[in-house]
Design a protein around this ligand. Sequence first.
Ligand code: GUN
Length: 292
Amino acid sequence: METKILSGKKVANFLKSNLKEKISELKNDGIVPGLAVILVGDNPASKIYVNSKTNACSKLGIFSKTLIYSDDTSEKKILEVIDGLNNDKTIDGILVQMPLPSHIDESKIINRILPKKDVDGFHPINVGKLVIGEDAFVSCTPAGIIEILKYYKISTEGKHVVIVGRSNIVGKPMLNLLYQKSEFGNATVTICHSRTKNLEEITKLADILIVATGRAEMITADMVKNGVVIVDVGINRIEDSTKKKGYRLVGDVDFEGVKEKASAITPVPGGVGPMTITMLMMNTYKSSLRKK
Ligand code: GUN
């Protein structure tokens, strides 16, 4: 059986080219979407993410503002910055890059962002709306996974989807999208995590398996059934002396091993990763439509 490679990169390019057109049409109404990105500290991975976000903005015609603060910036200061952005008419979306230094309470920060500018979908109001099936900003990675399934016409209706990982950013919103009464919902969903017993017995039942644990190649071929569709959210660096950089990127799934059994699978890199930023751009555009 031929395994279909689900290229998030391809889906992201497709969505971004449509989005670019829509953003340029908005100019006729005098509207330019605006995104503010706040980075506290100098976590190297966060810096890379923040740069990619601002690059994506400039390619699509979204105005962006990057605000960088040192590691020892007070929580009070960041809250004041958010208040300013909440009142700034040029800004439609506010994103605070996570993780934050330990002296800053993440939940306090998230709660301060106006829900209508919370393009990350982290505010409890947006999370609650998602749960009850109301229109809301949805966390970008799970929203992007739904777009990959849509693009490749992989129906979720009546399917058993198993999610491994229960984070607020991926696992929980993914669960809440998949059981909704909607075209790419209507699934039966099981959520597994680090305390799940007999994980492999559950993952073997999956028609669609979504893995977001941050544990390199933890899902192996003996844990999945033939014909499964696999979505791998992980991006892990593992040492590899044959590479110039000394490492290579792998997912949470042993790609080469499971490929023989899967009917379709997202690669790492080039799978889920490119979708996250694309959905952030789409959320910022959606937020700017309020100004119409
Ligand atoms: N850190 C890792 N992923 C994300 C994300 O989607 N949004 C924010 N703000 N921080 C992150």
